[in-house]
Design a protein around this ligand. Sequence first.
Ligand SMILES: Cc1ncc(COP(=O)(O)O)c(C=O)c1O
Length: 390
Amino acid sequence: MNTRFSRRHFVGGAAAALGALGLRPNSALGAALRPPPKGLAPLPRDAYDDLAKLSSNENPYGPSDSMMEAMNAAWKYSNRYGYPDGDIHEKIAEHHGIDAGNIIMHAGSGETLKVAGLAFLGHNEKVVGVEPTFMTVYRAATGVDADVIARPLLSDHTQDIDDLIRVTRRNYRDVGMVYVCNPNNPTGVVVSDDDIRRLLDGIPEDIPVLIDEAYHHFVQDPSYATAVPYIKEGRKVLVTRTFSKIYGMAGLRLGYGIAPAEMIDQMRTYTTGTINALVKWGGVAALEDRESEEWVKDTTIALREATASQLRSQGFEVIPSETNFFMVHTGRPASEVRAEFRKHDVAVGRDFPPMLDYLRVSIGTEEEMKRFMTAWNEIFPDGMTATGTR
Ligand SMILES: Cc1ncc(COP(=O)(O)O)c(C=O)c1O
């Protein structure tokens, strides 16, 4: 185990409690232990703990030690409204070489996506994008009575940029926003920087384009680049980023948007939540901890490629991914396969219409990926047959 990722000191823990009682942590194996006072009893293990959680594209390692230290030191601000916050807002701006007025922070980038939907889509307006993709913006559109124009992917699972340009131009008057998830969830496939530029050049310049870069940190494909420079060029582009993936803060909630100041102002009107003191300090430490970031990236990619190559060697199609997940062609309804995985205490993917015979698998720890492969080999004992069914 990599000791940099041992984080047993968050709020003390059972070992410290037993130490304070003069008992060795493993003395439960001996005799004279009193039952712990209420609140100190270990939480019962439930199905959650037993699951290999490969269904939500999380980071299985959680925050790094330096992030934990920063967050532990921030508990003292729990009772305050105003407190030093590590200058998280400015640190994010600095990280992108942009003004603080170009940044808006939320409790997860999912909230930024929803706020963008509220700010840029109105009744009967349309958001243009592909299908399948990450659905939050489309759901936000439905909530404000806007429509979704969801276009199919090409046969190589890439996004059809010419088609998106055509559809946006054809519906110009009604289009409130274009959404591009890059790399795309659930396929893991990138849109090249050339294609992003072609899209921006090909549609009317007053239409906002939301580019969701939740998985940016895992990308290796040299044709990809962040779209942040387009904001600096003055284009109507909103880039979203999250601390949930590479930095392991999904349960803590921190994400943000980068956009021209006028777009940020528009979104601020619709922002109701706030983020807490711990995540602010955790976020600052995350941006500074390049070593942990690299480790998570390298380990995730190594496990992804090792798993994908085992599946390919059995004849399964695995879509080449640039993220912390991949899609594999099951040849039968993925919902059935998922149910079988659950019997092995492995949670994988969900349905991504119309790709209903593809399973999305998030990259967990090495141990979790071994459990995944063991279950896979039992579910598909014969590999992929010529009929493509089992
Ligand atoms: C493409 C994409 N965007 C945004 C999010 C939202 O992440 P969060 O709200 O945790 O920042 C996710 C989460 O899975 C995602 O896959």
